[in-house]
Ligand binder design. Structure first.
Ligand SMILES: Nc1ncnc2c1ncn2[C@@H]1O[C@H](COP(=O)(O)OP(=O)(O)OP(=O)(O)O)[C@@H](O)[C@H]1O
Ligand SMILES: [Mg+2]
Length: 300
């Protein structure tokens, strides 16, 4: 068993804050538990809510190497786990042939199916690392269900079986994050092996804090207006609600424009930074026009 990395839930939260990641009780609690139980965390939630960043920030506070497996349709074993370096194997076979006639196939095959001829991919890399590691399996919902099976051995036993080599077991249990945008249901087998964390849009207070932390020189008052308006936009029925990263883009835009108070007109002029569908933009503008009194109130 690896020694505990965190002393308490609060310490997770405080350390994450130090690297500019604003978590809450739920997020910090799951990281604390995952560490204690030696279990992977499956992080699910809408786009741009800080799922990937959570793994990065956790690696940062631990001073651990972040090993990332970016998932995509068609990802296979040779890109996720390992691959034999067959060019090198061929060369070795040719060299052996040229050298002598009496080396048997058994010797050669033992030789070419050894560590030296193995190309490690992210999952095996994480298992064999000597130093502390955070493994991020990003956007796992993009791989086919059958490919998920590749992950199961790692997630439950922290080991990889290679037919020619045997089983390679982790020297230390890495902290593992899997993220998903929930574009499809993940298998029961995968879910069962993980602790589950749903990361939703932050509440207004936390989003304001994120803006204050991430946008240089922004005033408390502007950050507050930004968080408020974004929240009200998320309450409209939209194709795609603004994410935290879009909130940050918008706040940066307002800063660049020298805006101090966001009135209905400014909001309408810049809402294309927050929303990416014309129909959503039109809806939001209509809402702003109808509710311009609310902007006056928010700005004071
Ligand atoms: N809690 C937070 N504290 C600080 N920054 C945050 C937080 N949540 C989101 N962000 C900011 O939002 C950006 C987007 O987050 P991230 O890329 O992690 O989203 P995601 O959930 O992985 O999105 P996707 O599902 O599209 O991959 C980050 O770069 C970060 O700057
Ligand atoms: Mg992501």
């Amino acid at each position: 068993m690896t020694d505990a990395r965190f002393s308490s839930v609060d310490s997770v939260r405080d350390q994450l804050r130090e690297v500019d990641y604003l978590s809450d009780e739920g997020i910090a609690g799951i990281i604390y538990l995952a560490d204690r139980l030696g279990k992977p965390i499956l992080v699910e939630g809408p786009a741009g809510t800080g799922k990937t960043q959570l793994a990065k920030s956790t690696a940062e506070i631990l001073g651990a190497r972040l090993i990332r497996l970016q998932c995509y349709e068609g990802l296979d074993e040779s890109k996720a786990l390992y691959e034999w370096n067959y060019k090198k194997q061929l060369l070795r076979i040719q060299a052996t042939k040229a050298d002598s006639d009496d080396t048997g196939w058994a010797d050669v095959s033992e030789d070419i199916f050894s560590d030296d001829f193995l190309l490690t991919r992210p999952l095996l890399e994480a298992i064999t690392a000597d130093e502390p590691v955070v493994l991020l399996i990003d956007e796992v919902d993009r791989v086919e269900v059958e490919t998920e099976a590749l992950l199961l051995e790692i997630l439950s036993d922290y080991q990889v079986s290679i037919p020619e080599l045997g089983t390679i077991t982790a020297k230390q249990i890495p902290l593992v994050f899997l993220t998903s945008n929930n574009t499809r249901e993940l298998s029961e087998a995968l879910k069962r092996r993980c602790l589950y964390l749903h990361v939703d849009y932050p509440d207004m207070e936390r989003e304001k804090e994120i803006v204050l932390t991430k946008v240089p020189n922004i005033t408390e008052s502007l950050a507050d207006q930004v968080a408020r308006i974004v929240r009200s936009i998320r309450q409209i029925e939209l194709k795609k609600a603004p994410s935290v990263s879009e909130t940050l883009d918008w706040a940066n835009t307002l800063m660049l424009l020298g805006v101090e108070n966001v009135d209905a007109e400014t909001a309408a002029d810049t809402v294309n930074i927050l929303l990416k569908y014309q129909s959503d933009i039109a809806k939001a503008r209509k809402e702003f026009a109808a509710d311009s009194a609310a902007f006056e109130a928010a700005a004071t």
